[in-house]
Structure formats: structure tokens, C-alpha cells
Design a protein around this ligand. Structure first.
Ligand code: AMP
Length: 215
């Protein structure tokens, strides 16, 4: 099964991707996380990506497409995967379709999460993450047991560099302009599943699962 998760920043697709990975036993390919790791490690991809990410802009398509082409052909992806954060615009969606077609595969479901912008701002400004193990927390909605420390590995929690209000606004604008046209693109392919991303992670997950298994 090949599932694409789309939605504005902070819509909860990372959380849902993690749950879907557990449910279907397929890996999640999270572009944002892959890029943040590349930046931290100072790889050539990281060096290109850093400035774009800092500004809340999309990293150039050829960089992302090459990164994903490589990752999607790894042995653990043979039985399917969850694409979390890719494709993000029409060029990437077409490249993704071409890559899958070459392997006689297709995207089965594209889940779009709808979350109002005021809610996005509340979620993102309070979001904290562990740079060591990738766990995420929220200062109000999901605080760690010990302030500023990861429950899972004990490392210090940080605010993402691009979770500042000005960058969030830019990321939302990029989402509206570049990513929302994909609803029409995938709607035409008959694989679009729209879900409200408002609610507890459990209720959102239940809706996603029912749409996927019913379709
Ligand atoms: P995310 O964690 O999904 O919010 O992604 C963080 C940042 O990584 C984005 O604001 C972009 O700068 C970059 N990024 C992630 N996925 C992509 C993509 N598919 N295409 C271009 N840039 C991306």
C-alpha cells in the first residue's frame, strides 16, 4: 500500500504517519525529517536545503525528487510506504507518478488533512521536538513529564527553527499556493481522501483508517 499524506504544517500528518506505520507495517518517508537530518549532518543536500527551510520555502524540486527516488527504492519500501511531506507541488506529484509507473506501482490513497489556520498557529507555536529521537511534544496539549526534556530519551527539547510565527505564515502561504492544487490533481485520479485534522490523534486516526480500508 502506498499512501500520501498532505496538509498544512502542523496538521498532524507526522503523528498520523507514525500510527499508520504501526498499523500497516510499512515505513514512513518523512521529507522534513530527512532534510533536517541532512542539515544537521552537513551533507551536500543539507547545505542546499538549509536556507530554504529557514525561510519556510520549498527546497528545489530536483533535490527532493532525487532524495525520494533514492529512498523509495530501498529494500524496506518494496511492500509500500507512507509519504509524509512529499509530493508538495504539481512538479513533485508528476515526478512521483512517473517513478511509480516505472516500477508498475501507483499511489493508492492521498489523505488531505483540513485544519483551520488559527488552530495551526496554536499548534505550531507550542510545538517542541527532540532532536535526538524525533519525538514531538506540545507545551499545552502534550507537555513532557519533565519540563524541557524528552519523555522517550531524556534529551533536551527544542523549538524547530521554522516554527517561528513569521516562518509559519510563509509556510502556510506556500501550502495554499503550491500544495492545495494537488487536491484537484489526485481527485481526478480518484485517490483523494479528505479528513478533518481537528480532534484527538485517536479520532483522526480512526477516520483515516476507515477511509483507507473502505476505498
Ligand atoms: P515539514 O517538516 O514537512 O513541515 O517540512 C519542513 C521544511 O522542509 C519545509 O518547510 C520545506 O522547506 C522542506 N520540505 C519538506 N518536504 C519538502 C518537499 N516535498 N519539497 C520541498 N521542500 C520540502
Amino acid at each position: 500500500m502506498r499512501i500520501v499524506l498532505c496538509g498544512p504544517p502542523g496538521c498532524g500528518k507526522g503523528t498520523q504517519a507514525e500510527r499508520l506505520t504501526g498499523q500497516f507495517g510499512i515505513p514512513r518517508l518523512t521529507t522534513g525529517e530527512m532534510l533536517r537530518r541532512a542539515v544537521q549532518a552537513g551533507t551536500p543536500v543539507g547545505q542546499v536545503a538549509q536556507g530554504y527551510m529557514h525561510r519556510g520555502a520549498l527546497v528545489p524540486d530536483p533535490v527532493i525528487i532525487d532524495l525520494m527516488r533514492e529512498r523509495m527504492t530501498d529494500p524496506d519500501c518494496r511492500g509500500g510506504y507512507i509519504l509524509d511531506g512529499f509530493p508538495r507541488n504539481r512538479t513533485q506529484a508528476e515526478a512521483c507518478d512517473r517513478m511509480l509507473k516505472a516500477a508498475r506501482e501507483r499511489v493508492d490513497h492521498v489523505v488531505f488533512f483540513d485544519v483551520p489556520e488559527e488552530e495551526i498557529l496554536r499548534r505550531l507555536t507550542g510545538r517542541r521536538e527532540c532532536r535526538q529521537c524525533g519525538a514531538t511534544f506540545h507545551m499545552t496539549f502534550q507537555p513532557p513529564q519533565q519540563a524541557g526534556r524528552c519523555d522517550r530519551c531524556g534529551a533536551e527539547l527544542c523549538q524547530r527553527d521554522d516554527d517561528r510565527e513569521e516562518t509559519i505564515q510563509r509556510r502556510l502561504a506556500v501550502y495554499r499556493e503550491a500544495t492545495t492544487p494537488l487536491m484537484e490533481y489526485y481527485g481526478r485520479q480518484g485517490v483523494l481522501r479528505r479528513v478533518s485534522g481537528v480532534g484527538t490523534p485517536e479520532t483522526v486516526f480512526a477516520t483515516v483508517c476507515s477511509l483507507i480500508t473502505r476505498a
